[in-house]
Design a protein around this ligand. Sequence first.
Ligand SMILES: *Cc1c(COP(=O)(O)O)cnc(C)c1O
Length: 426
Amino acid sequence: MSDYKIETKCIQSGYEPGNGEPRVLPIYQSTTFKYSTSEQMGRLFDLEDSGYFYTRLQNPTNDAVAAKICDLEGGVAAMLTSSGQAASFYSIMNICEAGDHIVCASAIYGGTYNLYAHTIRKMGVEATFVDPDCSEEELNAAFRENTKAVFGESIANPALVVLDFEKFAKAAHTHGVPFVVDNTFATPINCRPFEWGADIVLHSTTKYMDGHASCVGGAIVDSGNFDWEAYGEKFAGLTTPDETYHGIVYTQKFGKGAYITKATAQLMRDLGSIQSPQNAFLLNMGLETLHLRMPRHCGNALAMAKYLKSHDKVAWVNYPGLEGDPYYELGKKYMPGGTCGVLTFGLKGGRDASVRMMDSLKMVAIVTHVADARSCVLHPASHTHRQMNDKELLEAGVQPDLIRFSVGLENIDDIIADVEQALMQV
Ligand SMILES: *Cc1c(COP(=O)(O)O)cnc(C)c1O
């Protein structure tokens, strides 16, 4: 990790050209890499040497961008994935197998909820969902003998619950398991979960990191802090021989790089959710301005939250950056520089009024996206979360009339003017 400030890391980390090499990170648009002898390539397959041989496992463009994200989070190793979903899947399946269990905050992204509640269950891994605001006792009661990880989102999409990192980290570590955090909404500009006890951080880079809604992608970063060998029996995949690589033991051979090396060497090898180098290049362009964009997103969202709060047709507004919000204090503690550019609100006319208002917007678009330069809205109950029943919706912190508003980087006066004219139609 470099000693540069985070703004500098956004621009400089991950790639340092040698003499006469391209100043800008090149796109290694190649599936494969050439070697002079069969022996040299063989050693790569045995993980005896490090080097590139096939882009499904590793690619220099991807690695440079992963290294930048690693540096931004303050981790020791990182990898890119084809999507945030793949990152969420790998982060858990790298340490779980059939018969295992995870503890998960219930206020999370709908796609992650489906993945953990249903899809990995079919693979034999069960999740217990806990209210993120539960007491320490309730949280501890969710653990079992076979629990392997604790998961939560730093700012939940779309519930906008700020996770009490210290409470979750303490429970995870008391039970000898890692604390995994999805830091998509806060980004490392606003929050660095490793500083609050998280062991693994993941991202949907599709959102603020890319920032322009151009590429779906994900990333996983390891803090290097979790001592897998201290709980060697629980994490046998990391601490006992891998017969698919002639019996190497990841923790012994790769030390603090064990978790990411295993995720690359096994999961990426076998499941293949690699990010394309072209997308990694575009992601890198987004990362260069992340430190400029996040404060503007937060400033615009706060102005919009205040505007909506004072509007007589608006029933409620949630924004953790707004004084009086239930998560304002936690936000100030864990993200003192700002939270995110997403807020939610409902109208006094209920679900129908919310839909009518959205349909009346002219500039702000209805899209299945969030956290990019263009302001957009979405109605989770009819869109992202429509697979959930009402009970599941409320457990995930999603009211049926909730509009999710991703406040973009346009001039705030124009965004408010569009909302104002739409509210007049209600
Ligand atoms: C969008 C999102 C995901 C899923 O990421 P994709 O890149 O769409 O696969 C995961 N977590 C959060 C918080 C998200 O907003």
